[in-house]
Ligand binder design. Structure first.
Ligand code: HEM
Length: 149
């Protein structure tokens, strides 16, 4: 079976004359977020796996310590938002390219949108409300770093 593929510069919507070109901004977002993600992801890996005792130092207290510092909260929050929107938009591209029926494309894209929104909301809540030593919790359930607080 042979199929003709449009020339690369063929407009997706030939009759569209004005309004925001979201596909163009999506294309730019993938590149801009990609550059930022290289810094954020490799910085994250370097600090967590190589600095000091490296991977051996990672435990509940390590994570609790990082998320008590606004610098790491913003770092991890940016990584979460940029990567999820980047991954979601990238998956949207794959769905547009490969899902054959309009209904399947719509369903898959709504599923991607729900997954991205749920993960961003839950992840942001965890990063910014995390409290390793919640008041009133039974002492035997608290980590050792909470002693004396
Ligand atoms: C090291 C950081 C990253 C860089 C530099 C990067 C860069 C890119 C670029 C430039 C594209 C566009 C490719 C194209 O339009 O042909 C892309 C696509 C994509 N990225 Fe990333 N990305 C990174 C991290 C991630 C992460 C963490 C995820 C998952 C959450 C992800 C998921 C995707 C997906 C699903 C696509 C679509 C693939 C396609 O169109 O074939 N990327 N990435």
């Amino acid at each position: 079976m042979s199929q003709t593929i449009d020339a690369p510069r063929t407009p997706a919507y030939p009759n569209r004359s004005k309004g925001t070109n979201w596909e163009k901004w999506g294309w730019i977002y993938m590149r801009a977020s990609g550059v930022l993600l290289v810094v954020l992801i490799f910085g994250h890996l370097f600090v967590n796996l190589m600095v000091g005792d490296g991977v051996h130092a990672i435990d509940f207290a390590f994570v609790g310590g990082k998320w008590s510092d606004p610098f790491w909260q913003i770092w991890d929050g940016l990584m979460l938002w940029l990567a999820l929107i980047h991954g979601g938009n990238g998956m949207r591209t794959l769905v547009n390219d490969y899902a054959r029926s309009r209904g399947l494309r719509g369903t898959l894209k709504i599923a991607i949108l729900i997954a991205v929104v749920v993960l961003i909301v839950l992840g942001t809540l965890v990063i910014f409300t995390f409290n390793p030593c919640p008041a009133g919790a039974p002492a035997d359930l608290l980590p050792s770093i909470c002693k004396g607080i």
